[in-house]
Design a protein around this ligand. Sequence first.
Ligand code: HEC
Length: 158
Amino acid sequence: MKAKAALSLALAALIALPVVAQDAAEPVETPEVPETSAFRTFEPTQEEWENFSAAGRIPHQGGEAVYNAVCAGCHMPDGEGAVGAGMYPALAGNEQLEFASYPIYVVVHGQKAMPPIGGILDDQQVADVVNYIRSSFGNDFVEAAGEATAEEVAETRQ
Ligand code: HEC
């Protein structure tokens, strides 16, 4: 008896579902996949190589835009860091940012729980975001110790 009640409930659900989901449930045709006759190796031209290696780059320009798009999720919008699932150091008032070389290195290559971010940013974007964190949230390190430059970022990548 119990089983029958459950069955009719399930049937009722099945009948009700298409009515609710009518618009969303358009039938999807499975495309025919032609068989590959031979394997190809990837021998990119210079241009293809550049396209592929830049495919994940973010479009944001300027330190603030890059920070908000990429860094704020972990370090928080005003750089105060966070403690939760992990420990995200505060950038506000952080003496480690005095000289550009250290934050450039961390952004490009990553460090412990911070992933390397150099792959999705070009040299100028890295320099801009590093200068942004060194001159925001009350920090005054750009003024005191000089700007990060795209050239310095390029050297750090090597
Ligand atoms: C996925 C989370 C995450 C993202 C995204 C992230 N960070 Fe980090 N960041 C960390 C963690 C975790 C550390 C601590 C690493 C360690 O233990 O040395 C860190 C460390 C740093 C440090 C070194 C701080 C210190 O006191 O030594 C700097 C500078 C930094 N991050 C800047 C940035 C910038 C700029 C961005 C964006 C371009 C960014 N981070 C994006 C998680 C993140």
